[in-house]
Design a protein around this ligand. Structure first.
Ligand code: C2E
Ligand code: MG
Ligand code: MG
Length: 579
């Protein structure tokens, strides 16, 4: 309680009226005027009353309800803890020397029991320090322990506090919770809008985290876009889950930076001490594994560590190891999915990568490509895919095209245009039969070079399509600045086309927009005849999806081509009848 308020109950009876000079008013006077660093705590270790001077010394740390270890972290230290607990549990008053760094002046506290908990009087050996020097000292201490950009406590303080939090466990509320928070897509913002915008985003994010906190919760920024919150003395796991939920929600509103609205979600990993780790490093590792699970579960969510996550991590490690040799062992292969120009002409195929793992079976690209990318294997694999797809296309009628997906790693490698030109040359395929599919995530990085790369490919006569349009930023500036031949509308908008008027409006607008810019449109993931009919009616140039043809192995693709020559064959006639 603020000293002014503690005596506020009897406003019209000032200290002059002796009879009515209550204990409450007396305490208020004392706390407001004493030069002692005096404070009182309840049985939950929470600050209840304090001298005004204490706030002058410790600033924002001092507030009613603050934990004793926020103000005196040394009580979490085994050297002071036992003596403190002895007094706390009703023992006689004691003077305790606080451990200090060499830069700090010696401090001791006098701790005494009260009816409600404990009282503390701090004394400092000033060593001749003036009040101004003392303030300066506090400011320096603040700078050493806080992050300049966001004002949150820094990595150093985080490490200390985590260790202390784990040391105090065993008191009345036995658990400490660590929440590891990571922004989704921070890198993209930094790369596209610049570091200034990135810094602003981090400041705004820190503000949202701070606003979500209650007593007993403290936030830290310990690296780039990584934040953490430590929770002490709470009912767990309920309170950690509640906080994680409100943090995830806090990031659902867009951030407005330089007038641009950006959606940047947060993913959170939760771990509890001592159950998931008895030292800081262990607990951080557990929270990190939980964070990784949150990221792979679709981001923008929170996950609490459990042992089965270790199993998943181990499986991923195994996959990672066997992926290194998958290419040389011939375990990778391609399937081809037809691209149909309405009503029924096959105009080409998209090559889709598969991994036949000797024990696990067939693994889809969404599982192993991210691993290959992270391990720097995608450049080599991508080169193999490109060559394999071009060779396969040579066996088809020369009017058919082949589309190959490029991963960001390939695109950013710097040698993409050379590689593509070499392969096209070596295989001897006409450049205009090759189409490269890229997603917007590729374009978010290194923009000037990207335009160069795409223009060079364009000059070589290779076609370029923008894949999964509508799922990422869908920035219209890409359509203006990059030379796309085709835009592929993501399945997300196609799935509910029959029932959702909004999807209809969006798809119709994308088609009109693309046509206005001279870009052809392909709809992905067409699964029903109603979807196909609707798209044809709206002049969609090309359809792809299981309704028109599932991905097929190389041999089956050749059969398919033989059975349904470019002007449509039996399979196409079947789809056609269904339309
Ligand atoms: P994508 O390029 O958007 O490929 C389309 C995905 O949709 C394919 O999944 C395809 O099998 C699936 N699909 C097609 N029609 C339907 C349908 O009617 N219903 C449903 N539910 N799905 C349909 P797949 O093969 O699992 O590929 C997933 C993603 O992996 C691809 O998305 C692409 O981004 C990436 N990928 C695949 N092959 C390669 C590759 O060789 N290199 C790179 N870098 N990425 C690849
Ligand atoms: Mg694709
Ligand atoms: Mg796609």
């Amino acid at each position: 309680m603020h000293p002014k308020a503690s005596g506020a109950g009897k406003e019209n009876e000032g200290p002059s009226s002796n009879a009515a000079y209550t204990a409450e008013a007396l305490l208020a006077d004392l706390l407001a005027n004493t030069t002692e660093l005096l404070s009182f705590y309840n049985r939950d270790f929470r600050l209840t009353h304090y001298a005004a001077r204490l706030k002058g010394m410790y600033g924002g740390l001092v507030a009613q309800g603050a934990a004793i270890w926020d103000i005196y972290p040394s009580f979490l230290d085994s050297r002071c803890r036992d003596e403190f607990l002895r007094v706390f549990q009703g023992g006689s008053p004691a003077s305790i020397n606080l451990p200090r760094s060499p830069a700090e002046s010696p401090r001791s506290v006098f701790v005494f029991g009260t009816a409600n908990g404990v009282g503390i009087i701090e004394s400092r050996a000033h060593g001749g320090r003036s009040a101004a020097e003392e303030r300066e000292h506090v400011v320096l201490l603040h700078q050493a322990t806080h992050d300049v950009l966001t004002g949150l406590q820094n990595r150093r303080r985080f490490g200390e506090r985590l260790q202390q939090a784990l040391a105090v466990i065993g008191g009345p509320k036995p658990k400490a919770a660590l929440l590891q928070i990571d922004l989704d897509d921070f890198k993209a913002v930094n790369d596209t809008l610049g570091h200034g915008a990135g810094d602003t985003l981090l400041q705004l994010a820190a503000g949202r985290i701070r606003d979500a906190l209650q007593d007993g919760e403290s936030a830290y920024r310990y690296a780039g876009d990584e934040f953490a919150v430590i929770q002490l003395g709470k009912e767990q796991p309920a309170e950690a889950e509640r906080l994680a939920g409100s943090l995830v929600d806090a990031f659902k509103e867009p951030f407005v930076i330089n007038g641009i609205s950006l959606f940047v979600g947060s993913s959170i990993g939760i771990a509890f001490g001592p159950e998931h780790g008895t030292d800081g490093e262990q607990l951080m590792k557990a929270a990190d594994i939980a964070l990784y699970a949150a990221k792979t579960d679709g981001r923008g969510c929170a996950r609490t560590f459990n042992r089965s996550m270790l199993l998943l991590l181990e499986q991923r490690e195994n996959l990672r190891r066997s992926l290194r040799t998958a290419l040389e062992r011939g375990e990778l292969y391609l399937e081809y999915q037809p691209l149909i120009r309405p009503p029924s002409s096959v105009i080409g195929f998209e090559a889709l990568l598969r991994w036949r793992h000797p024990e696990v079976g067939i693994i889809p690209p969404s599982v192993f490509i991210p691993i290959a990318e992270a391990d720097g294997l995608m450049d080599e694999i991508g080169r193999w895919v490109l060559e394999q797809a071009c060779r396969q296309a040579l066996t088809w009628p020369s009017s058919l095209t082949v589309a190959v997906n490029l991963s960001p790693a390939q695109f950013l490698s710097g040698s993409l245009t050379d590689t593509v030109a070499q392969i096209v040359d070596a295989v001897g395929i006409r450049a205009d039969r090759l189409e490269l599919e890229i997603t917007e995530t590729v374009l978010l990085e290194k923009t000037i070079d990207n335009i160069d790369t795409l223009n060079t490919l364009n000059v070589l006569g290779i076609r370029i399509s923008l894949d999964d349009f509508g799922t990422y930023y869908s920035s219209l500036s890409y359509l203006k600045n990059f030379p796309f031949d085709t835009l592929k509308i993501d399945q997300y908008f196609i799935t509910d086309l029959e029932t959702d008027l909004k999807s209809q409006t969006i798809v119709r607008s994308i088609i009109n927009l693309a046509h206005g810019l001279g870009i052809s449109v392909t709809a992905e993931g067409v699964e029903t005849s109603a979807q196909a009919r609707w798209l044809i009616k709206e002049n969609c140039d090309c359809l792809q999806g299981n309704f028109l043809g599932r991905p097929l192995g190389a041999e089956a693709t050749s059969d398919f081509v033989r059975r349904s020559p470019p002007k449509g064959g039996r399979a196409m006639e079947e789809s056609n009848r269904a339309l």
